[in-house]
Ligand binder design. Structure first.
Ligand code: PGA
Length: 234
């Protein structure tokens, strides 16, 4: 299967940076990896994607369809600007109060307009059992009879810390996610995210993951391009 690489720029960058990223990524020769770029909402319209292996994503999507939700952006609006993927349930959103119910609603809203949600799940501490995030999956998939979804195993303790789980732990989590999703007739695509960078991506490629969700290292454009090339050449 083609590897998927998601760039989560978080609340970083500026207009100049994203125009530059867009140009540089358009010029890249990618054989079969799939690249999903997730800039902050405001910069989404600056992207004019001209590379068949690249798609546009967002870092969030509203749980509501339209109407009285000051400050929110709904799936239909994102879709109008070419967004094909939306990250949902990122731990940085969960930390500020996003509940499993809201995440479930976001998934349903995204799927309604054909946007593929990228659902982030993962345990808080490295001494916790993998099963602790089962409920994040079960709640997220409630009433959702659509298999248009990607999972990202993102252990919170590995995000932005430079620490990564062992391959055994990553594989165990991926197997667990696939097994849980199978109960919903979903053949799960599972990415790994958390401190993926130039120095560890080759080792992490040995895991069972279908690709990576990359935060900090997506901001260093040259390194990011090298990672994409390395994965594409595998
Ligand atoms: P990181 O972020 O690559 O900087 O650890 C990953 C994420 O938050 O999704």
């Amino acid at each position: 299967m083609h590897k998927i690489i998601v760039a989560n720029y978080k609340m970083n960058g500026d207009k100049k940076f994203f125009v530059h990223v867009n140009k540089a990524i358009n010029k890249m020769r990618i054989k079969d990896a799939n690249l999903i770029l997730c800039p902050p909402f405001l910069y989404v319209p600056f992207f004019k994607i001209k590379n068949k292996c690249v798609r546009l994503g967002s870092q969030d999507v509203s749980s509501a369809e339209y109407d009285k939700h000051t400050g929110q952006i709904c799936a239909k609006m994102l879709s109008e600007f070419g967004v094909k993927y939306s990250i949902v349930g990122h731990s940085e959103q969960r930390k500020i109060g996003e509940t499993d119910e809201v995440i479930n609603q976001k998934i349903i809203e995204a799927q309604k307009v054909g946007i593929t949600p990228i659902l982030c799940v993962g345990e808080e501490n490295d001494d916790q059992n993998i099963q602790t995030f089962e409920n994040q999956i079960v709640s997220a998939l409630k009433n959702c009879f659509n298999d248009n979804i990607i999972f990202a195993y993102e252990p919170i303790w590995a995000i932005g810390t430079g620490k990564v789980p062992s391959l055994t732990r990553i594989n165990k989590a991926i197997t667990f996610i696939r097994k849980t999703a199978k109960n919903y007739n979903i053949k799960a695509i599972v990415l790994y995210g958390g401190s993926v960078g130039i120095n560890n991506y080759r080792e992490l490629l040995k895991s069972k993951s279908d690709g990576f969700l990359i935060g900090e290292s997506s901001l260093k454009l040259n390194e990011f391009k090298e990672i994409v090339k390395g994965i594409d050449d595998e």
